[in-house]
Design a protein around this ligand. Sequence first.
Ligand SMILES: [Zn+2]
Length: 307
Amino acid sequence: MSDSKEKSYNKIINRIIPKISRRVMLSASVAFIIPSIALAVEKSTRNKSVSKTVHKNSAKSVTKSPAILGKAKRALPVVILDPGHGGKDPGAVGYSGTYEKHVAYATAVELSRQLMRTGKYNVKLTRNSDKFVPLDGRVDFAQVNKANLFVSIHADALNNHSIKGASVYTLSNHASDAQSAALASVENNADKYGGPDVHVASPAVQKILASLVKLETKRESVAIAQNVVNSFKPRLGLLPNPRRYAAFVVLKSVNIPSVLVEMGFMSNRNDEAALRRAGYRSLVASSMCQAIDRYFAIGGSVTHLAG
Ligand SMILES: [Zn+2]
């Protein structure tokens, strides 16, 4: 989409999204009000019958108010962590032979532990062991679980062993630079391990709503990506221009804010050595945990407007 077209789309969204929000709030209010009215009617009817009962039985029995058993819990935001590669797909092979799939998984497990400890999120991993999951299977998993946020975790390799540092990607059909395009093409190649049965997901959502949701999702994705970069900056080494974009298949959910975090390069000796250390992975995870906290604290996501 051209810049001017996108700007005019954004203007439309700014006008329409508040309406959608109002609509959502209105539906929520109606849902709240109707049970309240029902409860009030039920209570008044019950009180009438209670007073009759009390009158009838006079001093024989004392009627107690029903006990308040509890209140409904608010659903926690669902965060899907996606450790890259797995099983027959090792991902990048590091400077001294470390597999990317192991580093990605270990970091995802640590991040999951830290997020769960906050008690604020429902966290799920796209794989819970060293197994192969096709790219569209990862996207489908996020959809089935009605994710509010999708975070894919990687540490790839380049032919140039001197390049190091973390970077954070969001989806775009046009890559921010040649290096990002090359990375996306390597990542998207993971499906070659899946054989011919792997199908391409085809989101069949209504066209207009889908495009509105898609643009809002893009904004949210950029917001979480920027939060991750801000958290990494004072603690970890970053690539120059660490906020990048490219056409990663795993980021293609229309309605779920999605980012792909490259924690560093396995092809760089220092990055690989750092990512092999549990202490360093814990630092990466705590930075991401902080970014996710900040993201949800300022409004989180608008996922699943499309239903
Ligand atoms: Zn990877």
